[in-house]
Design a protein around this ligand. Sequence first.
Ligand SMILES: *[C@@H]1O[C@H](CO)[C@@H](O)[C@H](O)[C@H]1NC(C)=O
Ligand SMILES: *[C@@H]1O[C@H](CO)[C@@H](O)[C@H](O)[C@H]1NC(C)=O
Ligand SMILES: *[C@@H]1O[C@H](CO)[C@@H](O)[C@H](O)[C@H]1NC(C)=O
Ligand SMILES: *[C@@H]1O[C@H](CO)[C@@H](O)[C@H](O)[C@H]1NC(C)=O
Length: 464
Amino acid sequence: MAASASFAALDLLLLLSLCLIVISLKPMPTNGFAVDLIHRDSLRSPLYDASLSAPQRLRAAARRSHARAELLSRTLSPARAATAPSSDNDGSNNGSIESEVVANNFEYLMTIHVGSPPNKILAIADTGSDLIWTNCDPCQQCYQQDAPLFDPRSSSTYSDLTCGSSPCSQLPATECGGVDQQSSACKYVYTYGDGSHTVGNLASETLTFQTVGGRRVNFPNVSFGCSHESQGTFDRHSAGLVGLGGGPLSLVSQLGPAIQHKFSYCLIPSYAAAANSSANLTSRLSFGAGAVVDGRDAVSMPLVDGEVQTFYTVSLDGISVGGEDVDVQGGGSGDGNIIVDSGTTLTYLVPGVLRPLEAKLKRSIQLPIVKDPEGLFELCFDISNAASDFEFPEIALRFGAAAVVLSASNAFVRQEDGAACLAMATGSGLSILGNIAQQNFHIGYDLQERKLSFAKTDCATTSI
Ligand SMILES: *[C@@H]1O[C@H](CO)[C@@H](O)[C@H](O)[C@H]1NC(C)=O
Ligand SMILES: *[C@@H]1O[C@H](CO)[C@@H](O)[C@H](O)[C@H]1NC(C)=O
Ligand SMILES: *[C@@H]1O[C@H](CO)[C@@H](O)[C@H](O)[C@H]1NC(C)=O
Ligand SMILES: *[C@@H]1O[C@H](CO)[C@@H](O)[C@H](O)[C@H]1NC(C)=O
């Protein structure tokens, strides 16, 4: 009986693996796939520094976060200038906006395989930009990278795209000139907000992903930047970047119908003191069927048209603390728009929203207030003498009819000296929902229905 059962199980396994082989040969999976999303401070990252404690890593992340918030807001300021009443905007000066994205200021990495045969590349995963690019041989003026360069001449599926191709016209800046150049190679110039840049050929190539389940899925004809010049604040551990933004050249836009225009991620806590920082876990990035976020706990909100198509923007309509509404002031940027970005660690709110929230928190949390020595955090409480059953009040963010209820670990971070600080700051006027606030939610992006969904999930134990 037991033997026949295990034979049956074996048959099933055989059948399953046959199915997997068939699936892995199909270039366009309709059932979706998932890959590891590697936090830079996790055990699986080449940037992992075992000599630092979780709070020390967090402080470094907070510094990067402030810099990124600054750069993202600088990315928006040309758009703001362009839409200022005085500029008589007719939409003709929107060309340079998308190019000003943030370099090196990344938090997550992912592996992609470029070309045929597949060339493994560790790349920055960035929801704040669109272009997919990798350094290519020859790289005349490139930052030093650890991994070998991708050689397009050794790939049978590589081909340069021309100036007349539609992906070339979607780039913010090219060296393409008049109509006589339609058939010449599309040379792009992609400049980041901090002056970093990549210059190269826009090309068509096959991208392959090693899925969490161990199979490989590939997508032919993906437009990517084969960089022959890249300078600035890039990191030697990464050999390129995967843009996951909302613009036409991003991975999610390009895979489009093959992934039902959907992707999602589930971020495990990166700096929680309670978490075992040496646990060998990764977050998950899903495409297609696995990116559907539904169920009893799921809430959805529309994606609104932000100033920059790349950024995922939603409308924050209210905040409550322990069930009581915070009286936000109409000041600041006022429109309530907030960008959801996985590459920013902290959450940024305009002063008209953050200050009343802080006031409410101070009233409801009966703990001494302490100052952060470096000023990285704006509101900290001394928890060293707090009762063992002390709990922070719930902060709920309201997006239309949807309420996203943050856990204490989404809103507060522990410091080494017995302080707990609010993981929210004012920054430079741009509102950003950062990755600490997003941890332990399965967050789905539906680019066709133009909506975002959140479902509270234990990302370390649930396989999404
Ligand atoms: C500006 O954006 C509009 C709408 O997206 C587009 O039709 C127009 O061609 C763009 N202008 C430039 C110069 O890119
Ligand atoms: C490759 O993609 C481009 C645009 O993304 C499209 O115009 C072209 O027809 C595609 N080529 C093939 C062979 O599918
Ligand atoms: C943390 O995780 C590591 C690796 O999984 C394990 O060896 C260690 O015992 C864990 N420590 C604690 C305190 O759970
Ligand atoms: C972590 O997991 C990966 C993949 O499962 C494995 O290759 C690696 O050796 C593990 N590292 C440690 C330190 O356990």
